[in-house]
Design a protein around this ligand. Structure first.
Ligand code: CTP
Length: 450
């Protein structure tokens, strides 16, 4: 019996896939199809896959061509599979020509002609493209625009900024719609990414939602809990997606550590301590409205509070905000510490734009602790540490684009599903709790000035 194996993602299964599977099957008597797992796809940069692993497996099964389906989970697995399943022939499409010659050592390698004129990427981009508008200062938005080029199904259509035309960063200046008018941007787009000063967020998000546009707004989306709730309710009423942007939430390492911590790997969580600092960048001063520097609590607060609220919940018993303010601007905290007291746990958050500290995250538990080295908010790595160092475990997960491109993929998938919370990794309750802390800071409630 001749045993054949082939691999693929098989997203949005098309006739190119089916023709390949038919010819693969015809090469022998028994066909094994390896469908790539989501994690493996992500680690090799394939982030746009539309269907879940189960949907893709089901689609391959429904062709009736596979005698067996396996999941491809890691680099190098092909060698293991060929040995384990006693494979005679490994085959893939000609787009991979030469790439798998190293497998000749283990079995025969056959490259089959790829079917012209069809691919999953093409099918994905044919789905209605979302026209995205950017709001803020062009220098700040450059990174987001660059990241969007890695994501299928979205085109950056315009920018709304109050910078003079000739000062707008080059690639953004070339966009079809460059305007200082928010209304004009809304007319030309389906969705917005808002990175303006936080004091503008609430009005801008509300206006966009009222116009029926989807919104991804850098957190905090509002400066009070009530306004935050109001915005999410409005999004629901309008059938629009509202997502808060905190890119750390979309880092695989961060997300996995949450799951491990919640599943009791370090025992009961007794403390979450997160620090985020950056020395304030020089303001260009050229854009009054959009480029006012974010204070520490708005810039870093949402990220630093994220693990606190996601691990310990939002029902803390009391909190204390200790802020050191700039002498010139009493709304600008150079550095803040926030202590939270929970019935059976505690948390502390340190955020600073005028002071520097070790930017790590520590989640302490009754059996061990999770340590994420600086800068934890864009990490691809963490450790679980125990009393006995021999039991320590290290975890590594690829992170591309600091999480921004995954965040955008989640936003687009939510739009497709028509549900704000469908793919968002930040619970509404967490957004509300963050806005509540920011609100108290501005009102000086539970706040000590130093
Ligand atoms: N394939 C093919 N003809 C096509 C498309 C894919 O023969 N028109 C083959 C590939 O060479 C591979 C298998 O089908 O052996 C699975 O390919 P996959 O990467 O899942 O599909 P693509 O359509 O190439 O996906 P993408 O556009 O995301 O790269």
């Amino acid at each position: 019996m001749v045993r054949v194996i082939t691999y693929g993602t098989y997203d949005l299964l098309h006739y190119g896939h089916i023709r390949l599977l038919e010819r693969a099957k015809a090469l022998g008597d028994y066909l094994i199809v390896g469908v790539t797992g989501d994690d493996y796809d992500k680690s090799r940069g394939k982030i746009n896959v539309q269907q879940s692993l189960m949907e893709r497996v089901e689609a391959v099964r429904a062709t009736g061509l596979a005698d067996e389906i396996i999941i491809e989970e890691y680099e190098g697995q092909k060698i293991d599979d060929i040995r384990r399943y006693h494979i005679d022939i490994f085959t893939v499409g000609s787009d991979w020509k030469g790439k798998f010659d190293y497998l000749n050592k283990y079995c025969k390698v056959v490259y089959l002609d790829r079917t012209e004129g069809i691919s999953s990427s093409e099918l994905r981009s044919q789905r209605r493209e979302i026209r995205l508008g950017l709001v803020g200062t062009s220098a700040d938005l450059l990174k987001f625009q660059k990241e969007s080029s890695f994501v299928n199904g979205v085109a950056v259509e315009g920018i709304c900024t109050d910078e003079p035309q000739n000062e707008i960063e080059e690639p953004l200046r070339q966009l079809p719609c460059v305007t200082a008018s928010y209304q004009e941007l809304l007319e030309h787009t389906d969705a917005l990414y808002i990175l303006s000063h936080p004091s503008l967020h609430y009005e801008q998000v509300k206006t966009a939602l009222e116009a029926g546009k989807h919104v991804l707004c850098e957190a905090p989306a509002a400066l009070s809990a009530a306004q935050c709730r109001e915005l999410f309710a409005l999004a629901e009423e309008k059938g629009c997606v509202l997502m808060e942007g905190i890119k750390t939430a979309y880092s695989t390492a961060y997300y996995r550590l949450l799951l491990l911590a919640k599943s009791g790997r370090i025992g009961k969580i007794v403390s979450v301590d997160a620090t985020c600092t950056r020395l304030a960048e020089e303001s260009t001063g050229r854009s009054e409205q959009f480029n006012r520097s974010w204070n520490s609590i708005c810039d870093w607060g949402p990220t630093a509070m994220l693990p606190v609220f996601q691990l310990l919940g939002t029902n803390y018993r009391e909190k204390q905000i200790i802020s050191h303010f700039s002498k010139e601007d009493k709304t600008y905290d150079v550095f803040s510490r926030i202590n939270f007291v929970y019935p059976e746990a505690t948390a502390s958050v340190k955020v600073g734009k005028g002071a520097k500290a070790e930017g790590d995250l520590i989640v302490s538990g009754t059996k061990g602790y999770i340590y994420v080295p600086a800068p934890w908010w864009k990490t691809d790595y963490f450790e679980i540490r125990y009393e006995n160092p021999a039991e320590n475990k290290r975890y590594f997960y690829q992170l591309d684009g600091e999480g921004l491109r995954y965040e955008l993929v989640a936003f687009l998938k939510s739009i497709e599903r028509g549900e704000s919370s469908a793919y968002s990794y930040i619970e509404e309750e967490v957004s509300g709790a963050v806005a509540g802390v920011v609100e108290d800071f501005y009102r000086r409630k539970d706040t000590t000035e130093i």
